[in-house]
Design a protein around this ligand. Structure first.
Ligand code: HDE
Length: 739
């Protein structure tokens, strides 16, 4: 048939094709994984059929005995449709159920052959396809994105030597030291078993009961109570391998290695009040942010960093590098950046890709190996086991998203949902009836080699005394935070502990905290209706250990989120709040400058459609105060215009919008009369610049002058600089603001 020239692609297929094209544009044309997935991808033709290919006569009506009669059992078309629907759900992940993912690539900066023979870390010209899934830990699949929680950061590298999975978190340490305690930890943090509450929150009795009895969790608790646990965006958080792994080079030499992912956009958090509100206003906040950034071509990027410790320096750090509650301060062992990760394509289908992807810390390639970290050792068992129950059998490696891009061959056979059709008589080794090439019994020096670490100790069910220091690094973390970050940690502990119904748990927790820092513990305890923190009481409890070791540093600036990022405002969301009578002449050059800097401006008004400027120009409104509140934005611009300012001042939601953004320490710029929206804060057009709170730009210039681009550019530059700082956390007295 001749091509009519008209595209028969549905809009959704066009969108998917567009996504693939944009990944190609990003220099990722040869992505082997993408090419492989193409073979499994279906477009949607217009004709509907059964699963057997039988064309459907009617997709609206079941087969009945008469138009008003009962449905006939013989209606195999209805039965097929309903039966499939009945089985659409699979068990969600036991932990990390809520997640969002994307495709991309990894590229090493220079060969790492000195340290590892891993093929994907050799050639700076090679791009290794990746699939990355971010997640929260405690909540169910449908829970909100912005809850206080650790975030998973799992990367599957589809290398030429097999899949390598780096299954990490956005916090570099963990709550427990031994896999034996993992089910207890998760049972404690998940909703309580009798009434299944609360959802996706650690602020309840069972979590803190457990945590307060497990002093080894203290370091991780400090991180979990910091703004790391409420990221602004998945694109703005670090990732860590957590455990110490091993690099092995072609000569068999080993280095211990800690993995870091450093986000190009810096590390930024939400305000706690903001995070809670977003959970209601847009539970998909992080998922949407990741999806939209990739659709817009703002591809998120991280650098892979490694800390390398030679094999013979294993005991030189003062603490045990097998202990997953410890990090190696960057000031002791610098992080070398060895490559970059770019996410450039959204999945085509959430279930087939994001839900069915199966990670496993035991998916290794030659040149990377484990250590004896007892938490990691337990994980090596758990991940395959969980996929069998979650994905319904042992053949989950055949699912398109999990399939390697290199050939694989063995004699594992059969099982549920087997797809590969293995030819031939032989399914065993050694053999002579097959190709014969399998006839090899030594095999010793080929393929993956486990590092031949010498081990000959007695079996013991005990923990090493080198794991006994639970407080030195918790203290180091706290001491390394900025003043505002410390305040947020205090507030988070107070919030969480205030939710407990049993005061004795609160008391036990602050007694533990006194071992981190007396003042911190006292401040946390203040509003909790309990006694003074008592470090001695904690120390007297069974199982409590506090064997401090001396660290060569007292602070580690790398542990703070303050002042991170490249100083750009790329992808930042700016609300321009406006009503009829807005002064479009002064607004336009500022808006243009913001957009040129990569920010995304949205006009928020009292109604959708358009508003009329003072000069009778029509301006499109993108959102309303009711459907898109201030928590959806990073900054607010209140333009000039007498009537506009008067109208906004009379709309409670508009006033609240600005006050709430102020309270959440966001950059705000007012032009001319727009400053009236800040009048309840005592800020006016003539407030001297040096008396303005941090992050506020008040353009008092006569509005007419702003039409000239230099005045507007100056204001835009000041506003951009304020937005680039992310938040102005040290803004005074925000608790007094009624928002
Ligand atoms: Fe996991 N973890 N974990 N974990 N984990 C799972 O595997 C487990 C741990 C992490 O996006 C499960 O496929 C045990 C540390 C991520 O699909 C399960 C222990 C770290 C993800 C499991 C740990 C992680 C998981 C649930 C202690 C940071 C999500 C579904 C011994 C280094 C991966 C699944 C994705 C998922 C077990 C501890 C990270 C049940 C037993 C430490 C990012 O197998």
């Amino acid at each position: 048939m001749k091509d009519s020239g008209k595209s028969t692609m549905s809009p959704q297929n066009k969108a998917a094709a567009g996504r693939r094209a944009s990944a190609v544009k990003a220099g990722d044309a040869g992505n082997a994984k993408q090419q492989q997935l193409e073979g499994f991808t279906v477009e949607h033709p217009t004709t509907l059929t059964t699963n057997q290919g039988l064309q459907l006569p009617d997709n609206h009506n079941s087969l009945k005995a008469g138009v008003r009669g009962p449905t006939l059992l013989e209606d195999f078309i209805l039965r097929e449709k309903i039966t499939h629907f009945d089985h659409e759900r699979i068990p969600e992940r036991a932990v990390h159920a809520r997640g969002s993912a994307a495709h991309g690539f990894f590229q090493v900066y220079k060969s790492m052959s000195q340290f590892t023979c891993a093929d994907f870390l050799q050639d700076p010209d090679a791009k290794t396809p990746v699939f990355v899934r971010f997640s929260t830990v405690a909540g169910s699949r449908g829970s909100a994105d912005t809850v206080r929680d650790v975030r998973g950061f799992a990367v599957k590298f589809y290398t030429r030597e097999g899949n390598y999975d780096l299954v990490g978190n956005n916090i570099p340490v963990f709550f427990i030291q031994d896999a034996m305690k993992f089910p207890d930890l998760i049972h404690a943090v998940k909703p309580e078993p009798h009434h299944e509450m609360p959802q996706a929150a650690s602020a309840h009795d069972t979590f803190w009961d457990f945590a307060s009895l497990m002093p080894e969790s203290t370091h991780m608790l400090m991180w979990a109570m910091s703004d790391r646990a409420i990221p602004r965006s998945l694109r703005m958080m670090e990732g860590f391998g957590v455990h110490t792994f091993r690099f092995v080079n072609s000569r068999g030499e080993s280095h211990f290695v800690k993995f870091h992912w450093k986000p190009k956009l810096g590390i930024h958090g939400l305000a706690w009040d903001e995070a809670q509100k977003i959970a209601g206003k847009d539970p998909d906040f992080h998922r949407r942010d990741l999806w939209e950034a990739i659709e817009n071509g703002d591809f998120p990027e991280w650098e892979l960093g490694v800390q390398l410790i030679p094999q013979d320096k294993e005991h030189s750090l003062g603490f045990d590098l097998l202990d997953p509650t410890k990090l190696i301060p960057e000031e002791m062992v610098p992080v070398q950046k060895i490559g970059r990760l770019v996410l450039n394509r959204n999945p085509d289908n959430f279930f087939a890709e994001t839900e069915q992807v199966a990670f496993h810390p035991g998916h290794l390639v030659p040149g990377i190996d484990f250590t004896n970290d007892p938490l990691l050792q337990g994980r090596l068992f758990s991940y395959t086991d969980t996929q069998i129950s979650r994905l319904g059998g042992a053949n989950f490696h055949e699912l398109p998203i999990n399939k390697g891009v290199c050939p694989f061959h063995n004699f594992q056979r059969d099982g549920m949902h087997r797809q590969t059709i293995a030819r031939g008589q032989v399914a065993y080794e050694p053999n002579t009836l097959g190709s014969g090439t399998e006839f090899r019994v030594d095999g010793g020096s080929h393929g993956f080699q486990s590092f031949p670490e010498e081990i000959d100790p007695p079996k013991v069910r005990r923990r090493s005394a080198s794991f006994d220091d639970h407080f030195t690094q918790a203290r180091l973390f706290f001491e390394s935070q900025s003043a505002a970050e410390k305040e947020h940690i205090v507030a988070a502990f107070r919030f969480e502990l205030s939710k407990l119904e049993v005061p004795a748990i609160r008391q036990r927790m602050v007694d533990n905290l006194a071992h981190v820092d007396e003042k911190l513990a006292r401040r946390v305890a203040e509003p909790l209706g309990i006694g003074e923190p008592d470090a001695k009481a904690a120390a007297g409890r069974a199982g409590f250990r506090d064997h401090r070791i001396a660290l060569p540093i007292e602070e580690s600036p790398a542990l703070s989120m303050a002042d991170t990022g490249d100083g750009s405002v790329r992808t930042r969301r700016i609300a321009i709040i406006a009503a009829d009578g807005v002064d479009s002449a002064s607004l336009k050059p500022i808006r243009d400058a913001l957009e040129q800097a990569g920010a995304q401006c949205k006009v928020v008004g009292p109604r959708l459609g358009t508003i009329a400027s003072a000069s009778k120009r029509q301006i499109d409104v993108d959102a309303t105060f009711a459907n898109t509140p201030s928590v959806m934005f990073d900054a607010v611009l209140v333009p000039a215009g007498e009537d506009c300012a008067a109208a906004l001042a009379g709309i409670g939601d508009a006033v609240h919008f600005v006050l709430e953004a102020y309270r959440h320490c966001k950059a705000i710029c007012t032009v001319g009369e727009g400053v009236r929206l800040l009048s309840t804060l005592g800020i006016a057009e003539d407030t001297p610049a040096d008396e303005l709170p941090a992050g506020l730009v008040v353009a008092a210039t006569p509005v007419t002058n702003l039409g000239d681009s230099s005045g507007a550019t100056e204001i835009a530059l000041r506003f951009v600089a304020a937005i680039a700082k992310h938040r102005h956390w040290d803004r005074a007295n925000i608790d007094a603001v009624p928002a």
